[in-house]
Design a protein around this ligand. Structure first.
Ligand SMILES: C[S@@+](CC[C@H](N)C(=O)[O-])C[C@H]1O[C@@H](n2cnc3c(N)ncnc32)[C@H](O)[C@@H]1O
Length: 401
């Protein structure tokens, strides 16, 4: 791994995970990772290779063979055609022959992902770089660890198109078996990062595509995470494929040996919804310190009700900064259950305050108290945070009176 900050470890009950190889400072970048494979949505809005926004560009190139890929530039087209799991001749031939009749947009996207994953597998029989990428793909958690959904229809459509495409240059490789299709589908579901587009005029969020990363896909979930992801697929000054990297920064200081955890959902999501999504989407029961605490709360007492009387500690009249330290300090390292006050301050500190954004605020630099939202890009200073904390405290005091 290209970082001295993280090491891969086996964690009982969680499979593989990443731990801090040394002491980490708040705002430090702990990992930057390029994808093993990117599966674009192919709806014509984003580059099929690097997922850059196409609107406003005058150098886009559409694939004339399959008609199912558009690139932001001739450079991306060239890179995609050279990449066995990008838009290589093999992928293009199979895509052109896929029967997608009657499938939902989500299943079509999964089928396209399977075409690319299978092409990577077939190329790994005779190409060294494909072999390394396939090894990373094969190492991701998959069907054996989850309730794989029925993928027999996807297998049938994939194998029919593959057979009809006749892939002469794929000598040595072979198509996926039904079990390999089920495993690849599970790998996408359990490890895929949905790459979000900037919000539309009505606040709607499109997904550009799904990407699997060799190391970032190993970071486990907790509902009070200590790292958060940033990316910049539309960075004008970063050439493909480097714009497809994801970066993880520490939200606060961490001791050596601490497991890096991210939240698989926006931080404000309620306890029942988080439990359901961990179980149904990822196949595990979340018993993190926040879930342990919130499992004892009355049902309608959602985590995002920050002003609720019984979730706020109102003792004493400490200054805001002292109050933050006091409350954040309540959750001792390794403690099993987070304190209600700690959860409240954590959410105030890290949930983006912009209406309907729900991004995570991440320190801009190591040691900096200025935070930036990983979704909308808004910034907040320590003074603004302390004012927000004070306002929440006053609201609670009034509600309690
Ligand atoms: C993106 S992968 C993370 C890496 C994974 N642990 C591995 O071994 O490759 C997601 C999977 O990790 C496991 N996982 C993540 N967070 C967990 C948690 N808090 N408790 C138990 N299992 C967890 C679940 O099996 C989940 O489907």
């Amino acid at each position: 791994m290209q970082t001295d900050a993280a090491v891969v470890v086996d964690i009982p009950g969680r499979g593989k995970g990443l731990k801090a190889a040394r002491k980490i400072t708040s705002g430090e970048s702990i990992l930057s990772d390029l994808p093993i494979l990117i599966a674009p949505n192919d709806d014509g809005e984003f580059c099929s290779a690097c997922l850059r926004t196409l609107a406003g560009r005058n150098d886009t190139v559409a694939c004339r063979d399959c008609g199912q890929a558009t690139f932001c530039s001739s450079n991306c087209e060239r890179l995609a055609r050279q990449d066995p799991a990008g838009h290589s001749p093999a992928v293009c031939r199979v895509l052109a022959r896929l029967d997608t009749h009657g499938l939902s947009a989500e299943s079509i996207a999964t089928l396209h992902f399977l075409v690319q994953a299978q092409a990577l597998f077939m190329a790994s029989a005779h190409e060294d770089t494909a072999r390394g990428r396939w090894a990373a793909f094969a190492g991701l958690t998959g069907a054996a660890d989850s309730k794989a959904r029925d993928s027999s229809d996807l297998f049938r459509r994939l194998s029919t198109a593959t057979f009809s495409a006749q892939l002469p240059h794929m000598a040595g490789g072979r198509p996926f078996t039904p079990e390999e299709v089920a495993d690849a589908v599970a790998k996408e579901e359990l490890n895929g990062y949905g790459i979000m587009a900037p919000s539309g005029p009505e606040g709607e969020r499109n997904i550009r595509g799904t990407a699997l990363y060799p190391n970032a896909s190993l970071i486990n979930h907790e509902c009070l995470p200590n790292v958060a992801r940033t990316d910049n697929f539309d960075a004008p000054d970063v050439q493909a494929p480097n714009n497809t990297a994801v970066h993880f920064k520490a939200l606060h200081d961490l001791p050596a040996g601490e497991e890096f955890t991210q939240s698989y959902f926006p931080l404000h999501v309620s306890y029942p919804m988080r439990q359901q999504r961990c179980q149904e989407q990822y196949g595990f029961k979340c018993s993190c310190p926040r879930c342990k605490e919130e499992s004892t709360w009355p049902e309608d007492d959602e985590a995002d009700d920050l002003g609720e009387e019984d979730t706020m500690e109102t003792e004493g009249e400490a200054e805001p900064a002292a109050r933050e330290a006091e409350m954040m300090g309540d959750a001792e390292e390794g403690e099993e259950r987070a304190d209600a006050g700690y959860i409240q301050v954590f959410l105030l500190k890290y949930v983006c305050p912009q209406a309907d954004c729900f991004g995570t605020l991440v320190p801009t630099q190591p040691g900096s108290s200025v935070q930036e939202c990983n979704m909308c890009g808004c910034q907040r200073t320590e003074a603004q945070f302390l004012a927000d904390l004070e306002a929440a405290h006053s609201q609670d005091t009034m509600a309690a009176a």
